[in-house]
Design a protein around this ligand. Sequence first.
Ligand code: CP
Length: 316
Amino acid sequence: KRHLLSAGDLTRDDAELVLRTAEELRSLADRPIKKLPALRGRTVVNLFFEDSTRTRISFEAAAKRLSADVINFSAKGSSLSKGESLKDTALTLEAMGADAVVVRHWASGAPHLLANSGWVRSSVVNAGDGTHEHPTQALLDAFTLWRHLGNLDGRRVAIVGDVLHSRVARSNALLLKTLGAEVTLVAPPTLLPVGVENWDVETSYDIDAVLPKADAVMMLRVQRERMNAAFFPSAREYSRRYGLDGRRMGTLQDHTLVMHPGPMIRGMEITADVADSDRSVIVEQVTNGVAVRMAVLYLLLSGNESDFGRTAPAAP
Ligand code: CP
């Protein structure tokens, strides 16, 4: 494939190739020299119209560890403030010779527009578009689950919280189903999206009924910046009904993983003692994000004919 726009575009073979490739590349982190020459001479542009800590930095680290040149573009401080359009921004990047554009945008569908417009010849990677999708987050979450639980067939994953505004939830639901897992979305009725019945997942309003059966629990941030202030849930009421605290963690099975894509609001969807507990793999998710993004860039960019499903890197 030339682009990575949606987790739903990945076949099981595609996704498993990313996971296997990420596993090989992850071992680089333990070496004194963390670089491979695989993408020497290639240019990766990080095009971020919305704030990011983990995704932007891990794409930069991933590209650099594969010896690519990296250009970081963020909306703040750019000519966007002077009214420049996505098209003219894209044409500018094309003129600078980008081989891959990693794009985060507040508008759902912006990466698809970039990929399908003909404005750029480069590969486009969706790094989060509005409330729509975040496919590399889903891949790094699947990688983290796979490293701990092995094959995901029949594994039960609960995704809890503000599903309505979560691109992470949608991409995870798509990818986890492809990998054979069972997904349950847990949220108040007001934070489940219209049409969720077409997602091929279970839904529940009752976190306490779902937690004891889960193999992993993904907590989602309440995205106040995407809500009308009149509909902000009260932190106390939300955490009482849907937060993961020490008492609820006690109802999990011994092997169950606690996950969060970040950024977290400690005390709202997750308490600090749970986030910092030995059940939590939240920091490991960030580490795994670098390996997974290396795998994605490698599979998209190494060789003209590279295609998910066909190529894998030589052992480092
Ligand atoms: N999980 C995630 O996308 O984090 P950032 O917004 O910090 O990139």
